[in-house]
Design a protein around this ligand. Structure first.
Ligand SMILES: NC(=O)c1ccc[n+]([C@@H]2O[C@H](COP(=O)([O-])OP(=O)(O)OC[C@H]3O[C@@H](n4cnc5c(N)ncnc54)[C@H](OP(=O)(O)O)[C@@H]3O)[C@@H](O)[C@H]2O)c1
Length: 343
């Protein structure tokens, strides 16, 4: 049996972590790498990853050339959170009949938020025999797939709540900047208005996925404004010192409303100094189900795992734009990848 042939589209922070993990993994090979960043194009992938070893794959900005030459089984796409940026990139992969797993948050379930793009990508994928999946740790698992799985033991459900609290002190500096840690409240608000801080992307998609799984017809999904979490006392991470009164990070909520009742609530908080880190789900129903993961699942490790573990399931899935709820029960592909999929 031959190895699974993978192309990496987007060799940024997350694409690099995925590439490094794939290079260590049995039964897969990276045969192409695509990125537009000037400091990466033309370089060996090993140099871009900073691993002191040549991979024998040059980073290219020419998608068509890479795909025509290398014919990957699957492309791992990690460039942006927003479909307005990524749908053309995804289409350029789909047109080659390549299956795609993407970290694009809005792709995780775009049928509610971007129905036109979702239908176009789905039709294109079916036409070219490609399967497309948006996934990751969140959206992709903690606040949607895991919630849906827990509902399986319920006879009745009144309300679902999921909370993710992360202590950003343990994360990279770019993440701390992304959540506005160290800004004054005024600077934070300005960056929110100019969209330099977007907060977590994916809460609406996660709510839509849960509702779809339960066949709940929501009246609306409300995404509340992203708010700063203000430090009550000085807190610090390895990189940033925060004074009392400054933003230590952010919090945001989204709600699914059905028949004037809030039936799904997702609550995301990421800030330096969070005393308890956890992922908690409560399903109020018969029976009521309460689940708590402590500490919360590490975002980068979990994302890399979700993407790589999805490879065999996506290769075996039918063509079209799928969501996590359309695939078999998620599980780890810890052995040689060829034990999970034969090509
Ligand atoms: N679902 C989840 O749980 C999850 C988890 C983690 C991350 N994500 C998302 O995954 C995305 C990638 O994250 P990241 O931290 O790796 O971002 P990043 O560090 O900015 O990397 C993105 C890379 O893609 C390149 N790129 C941008 N547009 C491109 C194009 N048209 N063609 C080829 N390459 C292109 C960028 O080049 P330039 O630098 O030149 O623009 C950069 O090298 C983000 O949107 C992030 O929010 C999702």
């Amino acid at each position: 049996m031959r190895k699974v042939r993978v192309a990496i589209f987007g060799v940024g922070a997350v694409g690099s972590l995925i590439a490094k993990f794939l290079l260590e993994k049995e039964g897969v090979e990276i045969i192409g790498a695509i990125d537009i960043a000037k400091d990466k194009v033309g370089k060996d992938l090993g140099e871009v990853l900073g691993i002191n070893k040549k991979v024998g794959v040059k980073v290219s900005d020419d998608v068509d050339a890479v795909l025509s030459k290398t014919k990957p089984d699957i492309a791992i796409h990690a460039t942006s959170s927003f479909l307005k940026d990524t749908h053309q990139q995804l289409a350029s992969l789909i047109k080659h009949g390549v299956k795609v797993i993407s970290t694009c948050e809005e792709l995780s379930n775009p049928y509610y938020t971007e129905p036109k793009i979702a239908k176009e990508l789905d039709a294109l994928a079916k036409k070219h025999g490609a399967t497309v999946l948006g996934t990751g740790i969140n959206p992709g698992f903690l606040m949607d797939t895991l919630v849906i799985t827990l509902t399986a033991v319920c006879q009745k459900i009144e309300k679902i709540e999921a909370v993710r609290v992360m202590n950003a002190a343990t994360r990279r500096l770019p993440f701390q900047k992304k959540i506005g840690a160290g800004l004054t409240v005024e600077e934070f608000q300005k960056k929110i208005e100019s969209r330099q801080i977007t907060g977590h992307v994916g809460l609406e998609q996660s709510i839509a996925m849960i509702a779809d799984a339960l066949a709940w017809k929501l009246d609306k999904i409300i995404a509340e404004p992203v708010e700063p979490v203000i430090a009550k006392k000085p807190v610090e991470s390895e990189y940033i010192k925060i004074k009392a009164g400054q933003a230590a990070g952010l919090k945001q909520k989204a709600k699914g409303i059905m028949e004037n009742k809030e039936v799904i609530t997702l609550d995301f908080q990421a800030y330096i100094g969070a005393e308890e880190e956890y992922d908690a789900i409560t399903i109020h129903g018969i029976p009521t189900v309460k689940q708590k993961i402590q500490p919360c699942v590490h975002g980068d490790i979990g994302t890399v795992a979700m993407i790589v573990n999805a490879i065999p399931k996506v290769i075996k899935a039918p063509p079209g734009l799928l969501t996590m709820k359309d695939l078999p029960v998620p599980s780890a592909a810890v052995e040689d990848m060829r034990k999970y999929v034969s090509l």
